[in-house]
Design a protein around this ligand. Sequence first.
Ligand SMILES: Nc1ncnc2c1ncn2[C@@H]1O[C@H](COP(=O)(O)OP(=O)(O)OP(=O)(O)O)[C@@H](O)[C@H]1O
Length: 680
Amino acid sequence: MSQMTFGFDEREPEQPRKHKEPLKEPVQALEGTEVEMKTQPLLDFLLETKRIRLVDVKLAELLIGTDTSQKNEVFYLILLLAVAQQSQHSCLDLNAINWQNPFAIREQAVSDASIAAPDIISPFSENYDAQQAETQLMAAACVGDDKPLLLFANKLYFARLAQYETVLASRLSHLAAKPLNIDETALTALLTEYFPDEAHREDPADPIKTLNWQKVACAIAATKGFSVITGGPGTGKTTTVTKLLAIMQSLYASAPLTIKLVAPTGKAAARLSESILGAKQKLSMIPKDIAPLIPETAQTIHRLLGVIPHTNKFRHNKRNPLHLDVLIIDEASMVDLSLMAKLIEALPSHARLILLGDKDQLASVDTGSILSDLCQGLTLEKMPAYSQARAEQLNRVCFNNRAVLSHSEDSYLLSDCIAFLQQSYRFDGKSGIGQLAQAVNTNSQGLLGYVEQTVNEGGFSDLKLNYNVINKPIEHFVQLAAQHYQAYLTLIREGAGVAKVHNAFSDYQLLAAVKEGDYGVNSLNLRIEKALSQQGLISPYQRHYLGMPIMISQNDYQLKLFNGDIGILMHDEQGQLKAMFIDEQENIRAFSPARLPAHDKVYAMTIHKSQGSEFAYTAMILPPINQANQGINRQLVYTGITRAKNTFELVADKNVLLMAMNKSVTRASGLFDRLKHAAS
Ligand SMILES: Nc1ncnc2c1ncn2[C@@H]1O[C@H](COP(=O)(O)OP(=O)(O)OP(=O)(O)O)[C@@H](O)[C@H]1O
């Protein structure tokens, strides 16, 4: 079950109606002032219950114009667009609106609200539909080219977001279509060298999954100006890209390429640097003269683009492009629409772009879902949709003309640029983490049952399942978390260095799905803090104290501290309490706590904030069913599980886990349509 959710919809639990007043049927066809009169109670209710903001109402009034200030259907469509955007949708998909209950007013919320329930829960007439909405919007003065709102493929946009999508679609299509002068014979030889047949075993029982996708991915990225290499945890994205860079540098040996590696957060950049270095050391086939041409350090996207202090603008842009030949973006699922558009605009015209990431993870914190949009239609154990010419080319360079890859009528320009790594090398059949992640990602109760049984029989030593959240008090899990945090706090007391303390801290992380409630991050942070204080490990009597772990929650471009960066409060050489950060190059940066931008304690963090990070031991708590709101879904739980490197512990009511597995969410976007349109 895949569904589109708006912000308020994600917050309201589905409960039986306690009852106040019966909800009536939607209004019959209404126009202009009539709509306004009949729907005023609905508008009041939406404001009172914080489903919409006053600023959105003012904006909608402004957009429909002073001479037609009566609240008509267009007014309500603009409100719906504002709500959709606050839930990180790029647009309002007219085809996805429930016209009878467009603001997803749940009966529970109606009965709980302090103001009377509105008689009418929809401002639209009974027969109103997407087509009528489109017709009305097209006639509206605020909709159209060079207007504040835009319509595209039955989707309503704020012009700025439509503009980002247009830029992205046109630049990606251009990159994908650009002919590259590749010596195919040399490429074939290099692919054979880096992926010797004897090193890869295809399983006839599982032919698609066990196909040598890493080799195909290298061939795809070496022959296109734009490519995507996606795959789950440990499927070899970094290994593949390291081989790819070696192959590309060998192909261009006479004039080596300038390659830059970036990731959306400092943490993710540090992880990429570490993985590339590890892969380079492991891959003995990389010649000595080529190895130094493969970069080992990644940086954040913000650092690459060069933030102009006190603005959201960058030094590098269309007029001042970046100096590079190849750009690799890791953890691409975390990059939002606006940042990706700015990054792509700043690429020089000859540059190549390669995106790495897991398409099934949570989408970016901000608007958009670029990676999953680009990877639409990719399914495990299914052949991706390559064009005939592309399948033939890939079979030629990878498989000595053997017809291993087949083509599809559904292919289009960009599907020829996408590689899907399907086999995990880190989490094989013996790994409970891998199996649980797959069970969740594919919503397979059968696989989940197998995982549970194996754990019960003493197998899967990397996995701990605690379904007994009702009988075991939350305090038990708080004490367990506090035990794990003893290690880094002891190191601080012993006077260990910043790097060592940071490493010890990141060995364990408690993740929670929500912020509020007993099982939310805020409460867990306070309880763990109390437990550590009772053990005498910390003295949390001031706002900032020795050993306090913090996470930045707001970008500060001047200090170069960004959302998601983790610091630990430690004494500097002068004995001053400082927030110590360690960047992707292992440089230590110390800040007075008073100078820090907005930040939170981080004994526990939300799964959203954990994206791009990895922890040796990851514990994840989901709230019980009566507190489990609709924000809990498959992508969230899958992202939490895949943060674990060595051990994963789940604390959840099984019904909540099953509910999450069954609920896959998508974001409204027109990117895929635009790409198909641009490519045709
Ligand atoms: N073809 C292969 N054969 C055997 N081992 C492999 C292969 N490819 C990758 N590995 C190993 O699997 C592990 C995971 O690989 P890698 O780090 O490249 O995956 P990833 O997809 O980048 O992982 P992440 O989930 O961290 O993003 C590494 O130990 C790597 O050496």
